[in-house]
Design a protein around this ligand. Structure first.
Ligand SMILES: [Zn+2]
Length: 136
C-alpha cells in the first residue's frame, strides 16, 4: 500500500535552490530581472523577456487569483490515492507570474475562477516544503 511518503519529492538544483530554501522558510520567492524588471516563475538562469542573466530573488506577497483549475478524482499514482479528490490549479500571482499548484483549505467544489487565494506551505521532507494556495 502506497503512502504519502511515496510521493515524488522535488530535488533542489542550482537554479531552484533559493526557491526551495524560501519555501522552507514560508517565503514564496520568485525571480526579478535587474535589467528590465520582469518577474518570472519558474526559476531560470536568464530573464525570459530580455535574456539578461542579472536575475535576483524577491519575496512574493503570496497573494494570487485562480485562473483555471480541475478537480482530480482518479489518483495519478497510488501515492496520491489518499488525496483525491483534490484541485490542480493555475494561479496568477499578484506580481504577475503564473504557478501550477493545489488549492487546499476548502472543498474542491468551492473553488472558482477568479477566487482570491494566498500561499500556504506543506512540508514534504526536511529540505522541501510545497507551496499550495488556500482561500484568502
Ligand atoms: Zn529582463
Amino acid at each position: 500500500m502506497a503512502t504519502g511518503s511515496d510521493k515524488p519529492i522535488p530535488t533542489a538544483t542550482f537554479e531552484t535552490r533559493p526557491y526551495w530554501e524560501g519555501c522552507k522558510r514560508r517565503e514564496l520567492r520568485i525571480q526579478r530581472c535587474a535589467a528590465c524588471g520582469h518577474n518570472q516563475f519558474f526559476p531560470r538562469l536568464y530573464c525570459t523577456r530580455c535574456f539578461s542573466d542579472r536575475i535576483e530573488w524577491i519575496k512574493a506577497s503570496g497573494r494570487a487569483t485562480v485562473s483555471t483549475f480541475t478537480i482530480v478524482r482518479r489518483p495519478v499514482s497510488p501515492a496520491f490515492a489518499d488525496d483525491v479528490p483534490y484541485v490542480v490549479a493555475l494561479v496568477k500571482l499578484d506580481e504577475g507570474p503564473t504557478m501550477m499548484t493545489n488549492i487546499v483549505g476548502c472543498a474542491p467544489e468551492q473553488v472558482a475562477i477568479g477566487m482570491a487565494v494566498r500561499v500556504t506551505f506543506e512540508d514534504w521532507s526536511e529540505e522541501i516544503a510545497i507551496p499550495k494556495f488556500e482561500p484568502a
